[in-house]
Design a protein around this ligand. Sequence first.
Ligand code: DGL
Length: 276
Amino acid sequence: MKAPIGIFDSGYGGLSVLEKIRETLPQYDYLYLGDNARSPYGSRSFELVYAFTLESVRALFDMGCHLVVLACNTASAKALRSIQQRDLPHMGAHKRVLGVIRPTVEALGSISESGHVGIFGTEGTILSGSYELEISKFFPELIVSAEACPMWVPLVENNEINNIGADYFVQQHVHNIMNKDPLIDTIILACTHYPLLIHNILKFTAPQVRLMSQGSYVAESLKNYLQRHPEIAYNCSEQGSCTYLTTGSASKFSAMASLFLRQEIEAEHIDTLNYL
Ligand code: DGL
């Protein structure tokens, strides 16, 4: 049976990807799941990120989805490969899970002029080395510096982005990465929460530094994927709707998502704990 495309993130960050996907592919239905009850994932162990992500993917498959996008770099870095190799073969022939790291890296080469790039991500994403690995496959000539920003996701999740303390934590990491390599002209926002902090980050970056938000690259890559896989596209329902689910408080999610997406959102609470 046809079903919505599942979009998963630990919390609100995936909304920045969902927004771009809906602009690019407005015809499809979407089921967004934020694991807000257990967010942030960024400093959690490999085992926990894998377990939480697998539960959430199972929940989305159980609700009918055939295709799930992990709109979360931490989950893409720490769980995607294991889910694709270990779990998907037992989950049904037409079930697919995609991540955000490869689509972002594929777009990178045409953007940097200096050949020096930076990566802002969660501790988990940065320590995994996933970006460096992907970049070395596609663009081995690029010089990469990475910076973990563990305070940034809590700023977004707690809606502190417009409060005075936020800039302190943003400035710290912008300075750190530019000290690592002053020639950086492109920085990947390798966490789907970070586009929500873009105005804070822009206050401290030099004009020649471009910030690369992932949403539009992930959206283009999904469009391309569905064109290349008509059998998967066939399973995706097309009413243009979006349903929002959270493992946390539905009213809090509704308020925050409405703020981030600049439109009224009504979220529902679900429990994923039975899906491990
Ligand atoms: N937004 C996610 C990412 O892209 C996860 C952040 C977190 O939960 O720490 O990495």
